[in-house]
Design a protein around this ligand. Sequence first.
Ligand code: BES
Ligand code: MN
Ligand code: ZN
Length: 503
Amino acid sequence: MPHELTIKTAPFPAKSTGALVIYAADGGKPEGLGAEIWTATGLDWDKVSAAAGFKGKQGQVLDLIAPRGLDAARLLVLGSGKPADAGTTPMTAWTDRGGSLAGKLLGARIKKAAIVLDGADVTPERAAAVAAGLRLRHYRFDKYKSQKPKDGENGDLEKLSVTLHVADKSAVDKAIADRMATVAGTLIARDLVNEPANVLGTLEFAAETEKLADLGVAVEALDEKQMRKLGMNSLLAVSQGSARPPRLVVMQWNGGKKGGAPLAFVGKGVVFDTGGVSIKPAAGMEDMKGDMGGAAAVTGLMHVLATRKARVNAVGVIGLVENMVSGTATRPGDIVKAMSGTTIEINNTDAEGRLVLADALWYTQDRFKPQFMVDLATLTGAIGVALGQDHAGLFSNNDELAGKLLAAGLASGEKLWRLPMGPAYDKMIESRFADIKNSAGRHAGSITAAHFLLRFVNDVPWAHLDIAGAGMGANSSEVNTSWAPGFGVALLDRLVRDNYEEA
Ligand code: BES
Ligand code: MN
Ligand code: ZN
């Protein structure tokens, strides 16, 4: 079932025997070349837009079939929202425009389209954002569907070709190539998260990361024996009930100054989370195939950095385990000693993500002495209760890093909301029998989870992104209709681009 999208660029004038696409702002009408195209139809804008109820709101479409005066089979006028203000329109608005256009083209079974992107506010980056939105919205995960769907948004469409007509083709081509590196990373993360756990186990995930070697990423995978030797008994306690062996994958991209301290990204990679002996209820447990969303984002990010040859040193570390129930599984009440030396009472085997990250974080700071560590994890159901899907939770021991992450969230559209930390919360993870316990109960569940991680960062600047809400089961948006949004890749790529690349 081929589902292909070709995106091309071309100069003006824009022509298409398929759909010709122009824009109109909220309360406005087509301008520039759009106005010329509209005039060729001989139609009265005020009359037609009023009759169609078209106001130019973002995502709204006015669809004219076979307009007289044009070669195009249809003319689409896309609402672009509030009048474009070159200074203030956020980049995400342009991505959304591309996304809503793809949605319309797919829904209307249009196979060929040409968009007019003229006007002073269309910078190459913004044209590239439209292309990114097209690609992100076009994505679907349907490899296990043996029948072509007959109805629904994506229908039986096989191939879609969109040409962006722009003033400066070569500048836009360059911007698109750059932006598509990021998009490709997001799509990799989506694929990994959407894939079921019988297909994507720990070894299969590790094998996916090996592909990064082709891009110049150094990839290593520590096995159980090596981890045992390092004292990673916290991570191994999670994996011991599974027939699938654990892996700690280390991915290094060195595009920066030789020997310069790297940026570190650490991901929770629980390929399936049954909860272990503290087993989860049956309803919805299938979603736990996505409990490796943090590791998927880190993998996608490393792919982006290497593809676009980012001038930065970065290391990605992901803990790949499966949390199962068996005769060898960890029991509630078991006590283990983590690599850091901290003893942990595992009072709830379903609080397993923090056990994996404890050793992954300690190992990362110990070996790489990074500038900072950012971890991503589908860590707590509680973060979904607090924030839903539109923001991931941010926890940090460093205001500067937190500030940069919040800004990258707004710029990328993958938004974060910072939650508090403090001694009163830290006290909640004290254990009667060991140094700490892994579950402090329902109150402030996301915050106490963050405090557990903080015990393993050794005062390195650190931020934790709890993506349990934002990273799976996504609501459909202009740029995503898939269960897995690929959350985190665009965000962290933005963080790197805006703050850490050498000139
Ligand atoms: N993977 C889950 C968190 C999760 C829940 C992710 C829903 C995505 C959707 C995590 O391992 C977990 O089970 N957390 C427990 C922690 C509790 C036992 C302290 C939770 O949130 O209930
Ligand atoms: Mn769990
Ligand atoms: Zn989990």
